[in-house]
Design a protein around this ligand. Structure first.
Ligand code: HEM
Length: 245
């Protein structure tokens, strides 16, 4: 399917988008998959499209779901976020400038990603022997960095570490946490999430559109049960009662 779209693209059009960047990358992929042939080029394109699909779909979708659950459970924050959206967007559709100005909604999403980071671990392999503080880490060791534990540690976040309190992000990540590196829903360093700004934009668009049109509360049928799968999911789904705003 991917290659069918690629064929249409190369024959008929040129767009300034992510697929075009991958196609350009495939031209200069320096034989990463062996000698540069049509096959290695196709493999480069298909593998990159799959990575982006797998990295970008479920993570963002589940964050939108947890955000809605938290806004439903905290009507005061739902009202604050809706008031902000209506003030900024009015009757039009949100544009890039408007999204940038949605401070309350950004705080709500940041707090959602702190409490329910979809990716639970980032993994690194020691490529050589390393001494980290007093710990000797031999070459070849795989290290799993547990994001939810870092993001809800009392010593770093204070006594309300487990509570939903978007206000903590009022002065950004630096204001929210004694060690800002401990906030890492998108990872850190050279392999940080390639789609983090796109994901934040998608989330602001989805949530602002829903907030501007609907009020919602948790259904009595909702059973809170976050489950560690590939991403952190609501085991029994999220059921909301929705009415027009
Ligand atoms: C809320 C949504 C998302 C979350 C929480 C998230 C989280 C992460 C995390 C934790 C990593 C690993 C970083 C590391 O190892 O240090 C990662 C990598 C990555 N993400 Fe995301 N992600 C999200 C959305 C997206 C989207 C929308 C895309 C693309 C459209 C995307 C593309 C990628 C790619 C390509 C990588 C690999 C980067 C590399 O290895 O150089 N992600 N993401």
């Amino acid at each position: 399917m991917i290659l069918k779209v690629v064929k249409q693209r190369t024959e008929a059009s040129y767009e300034e988008d992510l697929l075009q960047m991958i196609l350009e990358g495939a031209k200069s992929n320096n034989g990463y998959y062996g000698p540069s042939t049509d096959n290695s080029r196709d493999k480069f394109i298909v593998d990159n499209c799959k990575s982006i699909y797998f990295a970008g779909y479920e993570t963002t979708a589940i964050t939108a779901s947890w955000s809605l659950m938290l806004l439903a459970a905290h009507p005061e924050w739902q009202a604050r976020a809706r008031a902000e959206v209506l003030e900024i967007v009015g009757d039009s559709l949100p544009d890039a400038n408007m999204l940038r100005n949605m401070k309350t909604l950004t705080m709500v999403i940041q707090e959602t990603l702190r409490l329910y980071p979809p990716v639970t671990f980032v993994v690194r392999e020691a490529l050589e022997d390393i001494t980290f503080k007093d710990i000797m880490i031999p070459k070849g060791t795989n290290m799993q960095i547990p994001i939810p534990i870092l993001q809800q540690h009392y010593d770093l976040w204070g006594p309300d570490a487990h509570k939903f309190n978007p206000e903590r992000f009022a002065h950004g990540i630096i204001g929210a946490c004694k060690t800002p590196q401990a906030y890492m829903p998108f990872g850190v360093g050279s392999r940080v999430c390639a789609g983090q700004h796109f994901a934040m934009t998608e989330l602001k668009v989805i949530l602002s559109l829903i907030l501007s049109k609907f009020c919602f509360s948790l259904s009595p049928a909702y059973q809170h049960s976050p489950a560690f799968r590939l991403v952190i999911v609501p085991e029994h789904g999220i059921t909301l009662r929705v009415r027009t705003a």
